[in-house]
Design a protein around this ligand. Structure first.
Ligand code: HEM
Length: 433
């Protein structure tokens, strides 16, 4: 019998690490230092900021989602990967798209940037086809994880198409006023589709499916997960739709309705994540557990901050606080999403390489640096609303986060490239599915 392929995810993960250590987190840290030096969040142009945003969303989150899903989902289903060539097609298109946007977006080379986002959309479509075929394979059991993963795939397609529309309008904007109007109306919904839709739904689906097997946590309630799915999708759609309606009409009732949608989303996401029982004792604790638990704390904090956003703005006598919004977004992207990626990969990658993660480094330095960096970012970015003295402390946070990601990234690359040796069992015995 031929041995299953345990290497498919590697080019996706290695490229993801390379992207975040260059155009993603590292470029973000440089932007943050510029912001700290100038005491202004608008010092870097929106195109420079969005070049970082796209690298993190498609390169860091997207490539890890693609690699994990192509490698693990068919395996969980007990079927071969459908249309395996499409996996490599989407890797090539996604990488090309990220590179094109990284070079094309900030200097506003419109054809290059637009070709980049078109390539990203072209990468997501075959991925969606393979995922639908994998998850809907005949004769497979249908768990509560399935609608979450299908929703994540749908949000991936929707958000990338929306990104194409948004970027085309931004690049075509004749002046700074038109750029501002486009960003003010459409950028927040785009981020909601990407972060609450693609990333969060995928993490929820994978956690429901795989976390009890991976770390030995108590199984989540299928009934609760199924009951929360529709309110989450409706709240997310409403968050985005009501925000655009408010920006178009400027009538206050839409703001209250939008806040209601934020509260509903936060309550459902919190109920779901608390139902994963990760804070109870688990059967297979290892170095990944602290990342996964930390991620959940950051998620709860970011949800609370999102709900509290209008109160903070009201306290300051403003309509909107850029600092609070940026801090909230990085509590979820660095705190929740990135710690989850780091935690899951730190456990799974050694197992797929035939190594026992319990016998490897505990990754304490990346854990401390990422959490300290994230805490400083959230705290001091918010504090910039009160005093300009908080800017340098917010600025340093990016350097700490990038250092943590670099240490972890080099370790994980060494594991994947076979540079870490350990005489233990074959992958078949280590991968618990
Ligand atoms: C690891 C360290 C990171 C640093 C130093 C960093 C830095 C920054 C900075 C300086 C900005 C512009 C200022 C602001 O709006 O607050 C920004 C925006 C952004 N970041 Fe990050 N970031 C990091 C990680 C991430 C991650 C992990 C993600 C996604 C998974 C992400 C996604 C975004 C997005 C989408 C924006 C654009 C926000 C918008 O719509 O205005 N960042 N980041």
């Amino acid at each position: 019998m031929s041995r299953p392929d345990y290497t498919l995810h590697r080019p996706f993960f290695l490229t993801g690490i390379a992207v975040t250590l260059t155009a993603g987190a590292t470029w973000g840290a440089i932007l943050l230092l510029r912001i700290a030096q100038s005491h202004s969040f608008t010092e870097p142009s929106i195109f420079a900021v969005n070049a970082h945003g796209q690298a993190q969303i498609y390169g860091w989150v997207g490539l890890f989602v693609l690699g994990f899903a192509y490698q693990m989902f068919p395996r969980f289903q007990g079927i071969p990967l459908p249309w395996p060539r499409l996996a490599f097609l989407s890797l090539g298109l996604m990488t090309g798209g990220i590179v094109a946007r990284s070079f094309g977006e900030a200097p506003r080379i419109a054809p290059l940037a637009l070709a980049g986002v078109a390539a990203q959309l072209a990468a997501v479509l075959p991925f969606a086809a393979v995922m639908v075929r994998t998850l809907r394979a005949p004769g497979r059991t249908r768990g509560a994880h399935e609608p979450y993963i299908l929703a994540a795939v749908a949000w991936f397609v929707i958000s990338t198409a929306f990104d194409l529309f948004h970027l085309a309008r931004l690049l075509a904007a004749p002046d700074a006023k038109a750029v501002f109007a486009q960003v003010a109306t459409f950028q927040l919904p785009l981020r909601d589709f990407q972060i609450h839709g693609l990333a969060m739904m995928m993490i929820f689906g994978v956690s429901l499916w795989y976390l009890p097997k991976l770390v030995g946590s108590a199984p989540p309630s299928e009934r609760r997960a199924r009951a929360l799915w529709l309110p989450l999708q409706l709240a997310l759609t409403a968050e985005a739709g009501l925000f655009i309606t408010f920006m178009r009409t400027r009538q206050m009732p839409w703001v209250f309705a939008m806040w209601g949608a934020d509260v509903l989303f936060a309550a459902c996401a919190a109920a779901l994540v608390l139902g994963l029982h990760l804070f109870r004792p688990v059967r297979f604790p290892d170095r990944s557990l602290k990342f996964l638990r930390g991620a959940q704390v950051w998620l709860l904090l970011s949800l609370a901050m999102r709900v509290a956003a209008p109160f903070w703005a009201a306290l300051l006598g403003k309509g909107f606080s850029h600092a609070w919004y940026g801090a909230t977004r990085h509590a979820v992207t660095v705190g929740f999403i990135s710690l989850t990626i780091v935690g899951m990969a730190s456990r799974l990658m050694p197992m797929l390489a035939g190594l026992d993660p319990r016998k490897l480094t505990a990754l304490r330095a990346p854990f401390l640096l990422l959490n300290l960096g994230c805490a400083m970012r959230v705290l001091f970015q918010v504090a910039t609303d009160l005093t300009p003295r908080a800017f340098p402390l917010a600025g340093i946070s990016g350097v700490l986060e990038v250092t943590g990601l670099t240490i972890w990234g080099f370790h994980l690359a060494a594991v994947m490239l076979g540079r870490v040796r350990q005489p233990v069992a074959a992958p078949e015995e280590l991968v618990t599915v």
